[in-house]
Design a protein around this ligand. Structure first.
Ligand code: NAP
Length: 264
């Protein structure tokens, strides 16, 4: 008997999971992408692109395509799709497993300033520095657009669009990044404060080590809470256990070795 798993994606973890599931006998995997990124990279299994039309649209899709389980492997800050997955799961009875890599933890020497939102990060920022490295994704730039006295170095996968702060320099890049590379970037742009979401994962963690080594403050935006009816597991192996399947001893690497998210 075959089963159909829908993976809500847009992250490196989702790509890895799709590769593992697609390699299994009797499993059909469909990855779903929001469609924000022009070149999302190859994915194993079937792929669909674009919104479902809210929780009701997702519920209809699950019924129509006879989905047996949903894995929400979206980015920890993609709140709306996770809320929709919870609702659609409740409406259809299709189980929803949430894959969330653990958040980052500060270590001695870190100068972290945790905040609850991008808005709060923008409020705090002018008190910490005047030249900020902003890695919160191009869609979050609007929260900082009113800050006229701060120079921003913005890194994103796709070119950002206004609104954005008036004094902004953009670098287009996709991880993984290295500590020496991040230190060089911070030094070259005379950065005195870093702003990041608590995305977790190794691919983009080097900036935190670089900031620590240079003694820079870091504004860390905390993750939004999961809907109460959902609980998260930390990795692909745990997802497979939740789905009731034994994990392979060594999961295959994702097709392009990609370790960074398909950041919107
Ligand atoms: P969001 O605010 O949670 O979602 C907004 C809407 O986009 C959803 O209601 C849904 O539309 C659609 N959508 C989102 N993810 C989808 C998916 N995987 N498949 C189909 N439709 C999806 O999400 P977001 O923060 O804009 O992020 C968009 C995508 O980028 C996510 O898939 C996420 O994994 C990835 N990403 C996000 C971040 C981040 O910082 N937010 C970083 C890296 C990657 P409908 O209501 O019409 O279904």
């Amino acid at each position: 008997m075959s089963s159909h798993i829908l993976v809500l994606g847009g992250t490196a973890d989702a790509r890895e999971l799709a590769a593992v599931l697609a390699a299994r006998d009797g499993v059909r995997v469909t990855s779903s992408l929001a469609g924000r990124v022009t070149r999302p990279g190859a994915l194993d299994g079937d792929v669909r692109v674009g919104g479902f039309g809210g929780a009701e649209g997702l519920a209809s899709w699950l019924r129509e395509h006879r989905v047996d389980a949903v894995v929400d492997a979206t980015h920890p800050f993609a709140e709306a799709i996770t809320r929709n997955a919870a609702r659609a799961g409740a409406a259809t009875g299709v189980p929803v497993v949430v894959l969330r890599r653990p958040g980052w933890r500060p270590v001695p020497g870190d100068r972290w300033h945790p905040v609850d939102s991008l808005h709060a990060a923008a409020e705090l920022l002018p008190r910490l520095g005047r030249r900020a490295f902003l890695t919160t994704g191009r869609l979050g730039l609007a929260s900082f657009a009113h800050l006229t006295g701060t120079h921003f170095l913005v890194r994103s996968v796709e070119p950002p669009e206004p609104p954005m702060p008036p004094d902004t320099r953009v670098v287009l890049a996709r991880g993984p990044f290295t500590v020496p590379g991040e230190k060089e970037l911070l030094r070259a742009h005379r950065i005195d404060v870093l702003v990041t979401k608590d995305s977790g994962g190794a691919a983009t963690a080097a900036k935190l080590s670089a900031a620590r080594e240079l003694g820079l403050p870091v504004v860390v935006v905390r993750r939004p809470p999961l809907p109460p009816e959902l609980t998260a597991v930390p990795d692909v192996t745990a997802v497979l256990e939740r789905l009731g399947r034994a994990a392979p001893p060594t999961p295959p690497r994702p097709p392009d070795g990609g370790a960074a998210d398909t950041c919107p």
